[in-house]
Ligand binder design. Structure first.
Ligand code: ZN
Length: 145
């Protein structure tokens, strides 16, 4: 081989090494991006972490398949959409009460339960969707972390 060809081979080898180094480096970079995603990322194996700040009312947990998929503050008006086993459910929170506003369900028992507050004895339960809407303390007893 001529000297020029040796140099060319050297450059190709160097480029290949750089690519290998790049492949090792870039997945790590993607990993750090993942941790920057919002807290409500769907993780099939774990409950979402309970918010660290104190709730204005109480933290209410939405439990699906023995995992908390959402926490909401009972004193903060709002609407939350979650996915159950059958389909979606929209939970509306207003005046420290909450109810199932919309749901894909077989029997609509959950919707017919109407407005529930922290004083209510029964939690909202949707059997078809395997969803229970219950205070966070009780939820922590029934979920896998
Ligand atoms: Zn239901």
């Amino acid at each position: 081989m001529k000297k020029k060809e040796w140099i060319l081979t050297g450059i190709i080898v160097l480029a290949a090494l750089l690519m290998l180094a790049g492949m090792k480096y870039f997945p790590r970079k993607e990993g750090t991006n993942e941790t920057a995603q919002p807290v409500q990322t769907e993780d099939p194996d774990h409950s979402v972490p309970m918010p660290e700040e104190k709730a204005e009312g109480e933290w209410i947990a939405v439990v699906n398949r023995a995992k908390v998929i959402l926490y909401f503050d009972s004193a903060v008006d709002g609407e939350y959409e979650v996915e159950g086993n059958v389909g979606h459910m929209v939970i509306e929170v207003k005046d420290q009460m909450w109810h199932v506003k919309e749901v894909d369900c077989y029997d609509y028992t959950c919707q017919h339960m109407g407005w529930i507050g922290t004083e209510s004895i029964l939690p909202i339960i949707c059997l078809p969707n395997d969803i229970v809407i219950i205070d966070a303390a009780t939820a922590s007893e029934m979920v896998t972390r």
